[in-house]
Ligand binder design. Structure first.
Ligand SMILES: Nc1nc2c(ncn2[C@@H]2O[C@H](COP(=O)(O)OP(=O)(O)O)[C@@H](O)[C@H]2O)c(=O)[nH]1
Ligand SMILES: [Mg+2]
Length: 367
């Protein structure tokens, strides 16, 4: 399942720094191997310690992580939605992403110009949100124009949709966030095909100072972001773009020492990628063997045949059984399926089994 995350934010918040950190790792065994699709798009590995552990403990030729496509969406400014500069094109780019990573500047640095004169997360978040809302307003207005005609023709679906469109329109015209009107699940389903930017899963990424990272305590900037995000039900991750950029250049050994110096368990970018996964309701199952150890992402709640279908569409229909061990049991069994089986930790699951995060699976197929 291909996942696309788009990095947005106002100018000079550290978007490109973070994008480069995600894609500039040089050491072979590191987390962020990538390939560049276009200058501002890269496919990034999602690091997973479970893959590393299994790979290190069985005989296997390679390890394959989940990956995510990341897009550095440049230059949103006030007025983007009304067509200023390339802004409107950038807003169009956001249409295709599954998740928005909204970078907010939370560091002071007199050498780095702030386009609006000062560091002020709440104002900056509002600026970007306002652009997203205005772009969506355009979409809603187009829909309303078409829907009006259908309502007159007594089209049932159109009659159902009309009050929702009107509600969205009235809120967005005031530049208020449409999430605040609390649409229920049925209503959300009805508007899904509009692909509104303001309803996309979003994580605020606080680009914090080195001092704040060292102190391990939220600055007033970061607190402001957390407050804003909580009111709108968005996630927050703090990272220091500058430090991440340095970490990305190190080899594994140096990286470990560096992280210890900063009192970090892992790079902030790992956390960001994991949060994005969890925000999107994804979970991971693992396969292992001589050819490769591999992580596969699936939607939470998928059945064993559906999960097999992610490996190959054919496999869903040919599914017979799944030989499943939880990752923890696999570790406890010394990464040995036979031992796990002896201990009653390997299970043969059928078609209705819901795959759990970290399941280590061998699928059995028919012809
Ligand atoms: N002090 C400090 N500077 C940063 C940090 N992250 C990025 N910068 C600097 O801010 C400037 C703008 O960064 P850039 O990534 O190009 O911002 P973008 O316009 O959002 O893509 C560059 O000079 C970066 O080196 C950070 O965490 N701390
Ligand atoms: Mg940039």
């Amino acid at each position: 399942m291909g996942i696309i995350a788009g990095i947005v934010g106002i100018t000079n918040t550290g978007k490109t720094t973070i994008f480069n950190a995600l894609t500039s790792s040089e050491a072979e065994s590191t987390s962020y191997s990538f390939s560049t699709v276009k200058p501002n798009i890269a496919i990034v590995d999602v690091p997973d310690k479970r893959v590393d552990e299994i790979f290190n403990n069985i005989t296997s030729n390679k390890k394959v992580y989940n990956h995510m496509e990341v897009m550095d969406i440049a230059g949103l400014v006030k007025g983007s939605a009304s067509g200023e500069g390339l802004g409107n094109k950038f807003l169009g780019d956001i249409k295709q992403v599954d998740a928005i990573l909204h970078v907010v500047r939370c560091f002071d640095d007199d050498n780095i110009v702030h386009v609006d004169g000062s560091v002020n997360p709440a104002r900056d978040m509002e600026t970007i949100d306002a652009e997203l809302i205005m772009k969506d307003l355009e979409t809603v207005e187009n829909r309303l124009a078409k829907n009006d005609k259908l309502v007159k023709a007594k089209n049932k679906e159109a009659i159902l949709l009309q009050p929702i469109y009107e509600k969205l329109h009235s809120v967005m015209s005031e530049l208020e966030h449409p999430r605040s009107i609390g649409l229920n699940d049925d209503e959300l389903k009805l508007i899904k095909d509009m692909n509104l930017l303001t309803f996309k899963p979003m994580i605020f990424v606080c680009n914090i100072s080195e001092d704040e990272l060292m102190a391990g305590k939220d600055s007033e900037y970061t607190s402001a972001v957390k407050k804003y995000a909580a009111e709108r039900n968005y996630g927050v991750v703090s990272i220091c773009g500058k430090v991440e950029a340095e970490i990305a250049m190190l080899d594994e050994e140096e990286k470990r020492e560096f992280l210890i110096d900063y009192g970090l368990e892992e790079p902030g970018l790992n956390l960001l990628l994991k949060e994005t996964y969890s925000l999107l309701g994804l979970s991971t199952f693992l396969t292992e063997g001589e050819i490769e150890v591999k992580a596969w992402n699936i939607k939470k709640g998928m059945t064993a045949p559906q999960a097999a279908g992610v490996i190959h569409t054919d496999f869903e229909n040919r599914f017979i059984k799944a030989d499943v061990i939880s990752y923890d049991d696999f570790v406890a069994s010394g990464f040995d399926r036979a031992v796990a089986r002896q201990n009653g930790k390997a299970r043969l699951e059928g078609k209705s089994y819901i795959v759990q995060d970290g399941d280590v699976i061998i699928f059995r197929f028919g012809k």
